[in-house]
Write a protein that binds this ligand. Structure first.
Ligand code: ZN
Ligand code: ZN
Length: 353
């Protein structure tokens, strides 16, 4: 197979900082689209994967699955996009396309295993896939999304992971006008959840441990903030919510929030809570036919639906644009939640390095 060498940023070991390296990209095949990457969002998964925190990383790693760029070349069988289009690639670059979930536009639950944008298996080059911290990427047209032209191209990048991770459960649990939605945690996911639930017409509440998030949450579209460490506030909000999205990506006890669900309400866990979840207190679930559920990103059609929704409602992420060379500092700041609310890499910085 014919390939091209391109510049990327990645690492060969869990301990090493990310630095510039060369990777191979295939020349476009019949259904392929070559994308010149303009912006790539920085997701918590990027850091965890680069550092092998989940024990499954193969090196070298080139992270990045919130990709926005311009089409520079297409295969002869491509019909969905043309050269010059601004397009996006999220967490998936392929799936089996034949299982029941793939046929139902749920590629993220492909029973034969979907191919991650990085760290997946690249069947063309018989190696692991490399993500968006690079000059270019080549992706099958079925996994390439259209970006509404009215949106800020840097700000839309995090919608490809942080956005769709919150959008998919909002849609699955039919959030709309009159829904009462609560969001736990105000980070990359949480801030998108507030914006999207608000735009869907829901009444939106943030659960936060700290008073100093109140103003920020309201500016993003939250109608209320409940301080989760204040027992009287938590008690007042008993039985109040139809859907609660828990976006906190580390070990914590989600049981208190079950009390805040209405009858038939659902608590959706979106972050990775470690290998062992907290023991579930079942009485409040049984007494109100409540559900504790999980949800993973979203399918390709649903991600396009979200991009179109963002275009219509003029929604993008709140971001801080960085240079590729700043990524290691950005990781350290991300671990301290020192970003409002997502870093996005301007990939021009890699081309000129
Ligand atoms: Zn992600
Ligand atoms: Zn499948």
């Amino acid at each position: 197979m014919k390939t091209k060498q391109v510049k990327a940023y990645g690492t060969h070991s869990p301990e090493a900082d990310l630095k510039e390296l060369q990777i191979e990209r295939r020349e476009v095949l019949n259904k392929d689209i070559e994308i010149d990457i303009m912006y790539c969002g920085v997701c918590h998964s990027d850091l965890h994967f680069a550092r092998n925190d989940w024990g499954m990383t193969e090196y070298p790693v080139v992270p990045g699955h919130e990709i926005v760029g311009k089409v520079t070349n297409i295969g002869s069988g491509v019909s969905k996009h043309k050269v010059g289009d601004v397009v996006a690639v999220g967490c998936l670059v392929d799936s089996c396309r034949t299982c029941n979930n793939c046929k139902a536009d749920l590629e993220q639950y492909c029973t034969n295993g979907w191919v991650g944008t990085y760290g997946g298996y690249d069947k063309h080059l018989d190696t692991n896939t490399h993500g968006g911290y690079s000059q270019t990427i080549v992706v099958d047209e079925e996994f390439v999304l259209s970006v509404p032209e009215n949106l800020d191209f840097a700000g839309i990048a995090p919608v490809l992971c942080a956005g769709i991770t919150t959008w998919s459960p909002l849609r699955h649990w039919n959030v709309g006008k009159d829904s009462k939605v609560a969001v736990v945690g105000l980070g990359g996911l949480g801030h998108m959840a507030i914006k999207l639930a608000h735009a869907l017409g829901a009444h939106v509440t943030l659960f936060s441990r700290s008073e100093n998030k109140i103003e920020d949450a309201k500016a993003l579209g939250a109608h209320e903030v409940i301080i989760s460490t204040d027992e009287s506030q938590m008690e007042k909000a008993m039985g109040k919510f139809d859907v609660i999205l828990d976006t906190v990506p580390y070990e914590h006890d989600f049981n208190p929030y079950i009390n805040n669900l209405n009858t038939n309400g659902t608590l959706v866990v979106l972050g990775y809570l470690g290998p062992v979840a907290p023991p579930l207190v079942t009485v409040p679930m049984i007494m109100g036919r409540k559900t504790v559920a999980g949800s993973l990103i979203g399918g390709i059609a649903e991600t396009q639906e979200l991009l179109n929704f963002c275009g219509k409602h003029n929604i993008v992420s709140d971001i801080e644009v960085i240079k590729m060379q700043d990524i290691n500092t950005a990781y350290e700041r991300m671990l301290k939640s020192d970003v409002k609310y997502r870093f996005v890499i301007d990939m021009k910085s890699l081309k000129t390095s």
